[in-house]
Design a binder for this molecule. Structure first.
Ligand SMILES: [Zn+2]
Length: 340
């Protein structure tokens, strides 16, 4: 089985994001939001069959761990109330996709975060998504301000209510920022990779893994700058007397394979142990074009892993085994959803 641990619903029916625009406009005008739009099952089916499902079939992958569009989370817009309503609408739509295509998609929640609002307010949505929707993880945004970094780092107890819930439900968090509202930081070209790198570094300089020995984080986009600069982080850990970086991080931190060229994928597999790498493509996402050097889509990351000089057993870990281990509820959810 090939499990893509990082996919977003970037093709949602247009009225969904349309409502979001109206919601934010209403909030600015001090008015209540309009009623949520009607979205039919057929509209959802169409958006998936012509999009993510088609790509799964073309590329030979089986299951996508699926969450709302990341840049659309927009935690910097509106306030805690608008974030709650929007997260709820987005997660409900993911649940509908997973219900219509139970063999192909399993849900991960976006959280109703807002800059400088305690992440405690995310707890009801986490409970709801796990208990009612059967979701297996969350996306946690280290910078709900959208590029201005106004919240404390991940090591601060500010975040601990979310960590407690993650451990209680046995769900990992993918560290994932949303859109940048700071023009110096392009959303997918800089802000995403900065979020990945900063999140890793914040955890490294914290006691989170001492306080939560079983907690798990996935750093997407190949780990941002981390694998390429592994020597820097090893040295920083050593200078700060934190011990060996691998001992410090690799029981709790995992890297996805959203690196859009073979040399990057080779580096990831060389630097990071096979047990800490999870297959992902982030389709249909940030980079949608075809690489003229290969004639294939940049985000067809399965091709790069197929070409790595690894044993079949190691590739099976990357494609399936590690995801089942990191997402503690995944295997049971696969069984449950495929029985439908
Ligand atoms: Zn993503």
């Amino acid at each position: 089985m090939i499990i893509d641990c990082h996919g977003h619903y970037t093709t949602a029916p247009r009225q969904h994001e349309g409502w979001r625009g109206e919601q934010i406009e209403a909030h600015k005008a001090g008015k209540p939001p309009p009623r949520r739009p009607k979205i039919t099952d057929d509209e959802i089916r169409e958006s998936i069959e012509a999009g993510q499902l088609k790509v799964q079939r073309e590329r030979g992958t089986d299951l996508t761990i699926f969450s709302p569009r990341a840049a659309g989370m927009g935690h910097h817009l509106g306030d805690a109330t608008t974030s709650e309503a929007w997260a709820s609408a987005c997660n409900e739509l993911i649940h509908r996709v997973c219900t219509l295509f139970p063999k192909n998609f399993i849900g991960v929640a976006m959280l109703p975060q807002s800059a400088r609002v305690s992440p405690k307010n995310c707890i009801p949505e986490i409970d709801r998504c796990v208990n009612e929707y059967g979701f297996v993880g969350v996306n946690l945004n280290p910078d709900p301000s959208g590029g201005h970094w106004q919240d404390p780092p991940f090591g601060d107890r500010y975040w601990y209510p979310v960590y407690e819930k993650m451990v209680e439900h046995d769900i990992p968090a993918m560290i994932h920022v949303s859109a940048s509202c700071n023009p110096t930081h392009h959303t997918t070209g800089a802000h995403y990779l900065n979020g990945d790198t900063a999140g890793f570094n914040q955890l490294m300089n914290s006691s989170v893994f001492k306080d939560f020995p079983t907690i798990k984080f996935i750093i997407p986009h190949g780990g941002g700058a981390v694998p390429y600069h592994w020597g820097r982080y090893r040295g920083l850990a050593q200078d700060a007397k934190l011990g060996l970086l691998s001992d410090l991080m690799l029981k709790n931190v995992f890297f996805d394979t959203c690196v859009y060229h073979l040399p990057g994928q080779e580096l990831l597999a060389k630097v990071i142990p096979v047990d800490n790498i999870l297959f992902a493509s982030e389709m249909i996402g940030a980079v949608r074009g075809i690489d003229p050097e290969t004639g294939h889509h940049y985000d067809d990351t399965k091709r790069y892993i197929d070409q790595l000089p690894l044993s079949a057993a190691d590739k099976a870990k990357i494609f399936e085994g590690n995801a089942r281990r990191v997402y503690g509820r995944l295997s049971a959810t696969i069984e449950k959803q495929s029985a439908r």
